[in-house]
Design a protein. Structure first.
Lengths: 116, 108
């Protein structure tokens, strides 16, 4: 009965490859997110998405694209992987679609991506 | 762009002591503040949130807000080795904006 689940937990791949990370939430939340946590533990928002609006952090390269088949799923697709993409990627969800959320987020367990 | 600043630490305290973690925020209009705890290799988990109208206590944890100086504190009383983790402060923007976290180490 995991609330926010991500797969795979670990992903090792070569530069230039294309990969996807999947995320599913069973909390009935309206909004989902992708965060990147680098080696210094800095947790940085990449995307926030509900069924009406996609908000993209302007610093995210366009090689990264979120894909949402339905409200409970938000996958992250990465093209032409680079060494600097190595990080832990966290999916999260929250119950509100308003920008000023007053509720904390529930995080998935993370996907550790290593690009070699 | 909203920003959240935290001292990365490590902050080391002996078991039973009070640990004080601070976070400064750039947007004076921020109305709510979140504290997350992240154990090594794990995902962040919400431990406390407060609104701009007052402090909050929950068990051994107290969150305090100083609006004039734009900082929010997390106090952990009777610190335990199990409190050793990275503590992340966050404020709402288009999504939650996190600080870089403070690593707390509680020695027994």
């Amino acid at each position: 009965d995991t609330a926010v689940s991500q797969t795979p937990k670990y992903l090792v791949t070569q530069m230039g490859n294309d990969k996807s990370i999947k995320c599913e939430q069973n909390l009935g939340h309206d909004t989902m997110y992708w965060y990147k946590q680098d080696s210094k533990k800095f947790l940085k928002i990449m995307f926030s998405y509900n069924n009406k609006e996609l908000i993209i952090n302007e610093t995210v390269p366009n090689r990264f694209s979120p894909k949402s088949p339905d409200k409970a799923h938000l996958n992250l697709h990465i093209n032409s992987l680079e060494l600097g993409d190595s990080a832990v990627y966290f999916c999260a969800s929250s119950p509100l679609s308003k920008r000023q959320s007053h509720y904390g987020y529930t995080f998935g367990s993370g996907t550790r991506l290593t690009v070699v | 762009q909203k920003e959240v600043e935290q001292n990365s630490g490590p902050l080391s305290v002996p078991e039973g002591a009070i640990a004080s973690l601070n976070c400064t925020y750039s947007d004076r209009g921020s109305q709510s503040f979140f504290w997350y705890r992240q154990y090594s290799g794990k995902s962040p988990e919400l431990i406390m949130f407060i609104y701009s109208n007052g402090d909050k206590e929950d068990g051994r944890f107290t969150a305090q807000l100083n609006k004039a100086s734009q900082y929010v504190s997390l106090l952990i009383r009777d610190s335990q080795p199990s409190d050793s983790a990275t503590y992340l402060c966050a404020v709402p923007g288009t999504a939650l904006i996190f600080g870089k976290g403070t690593t707390l180490s509680v020695s027994s």
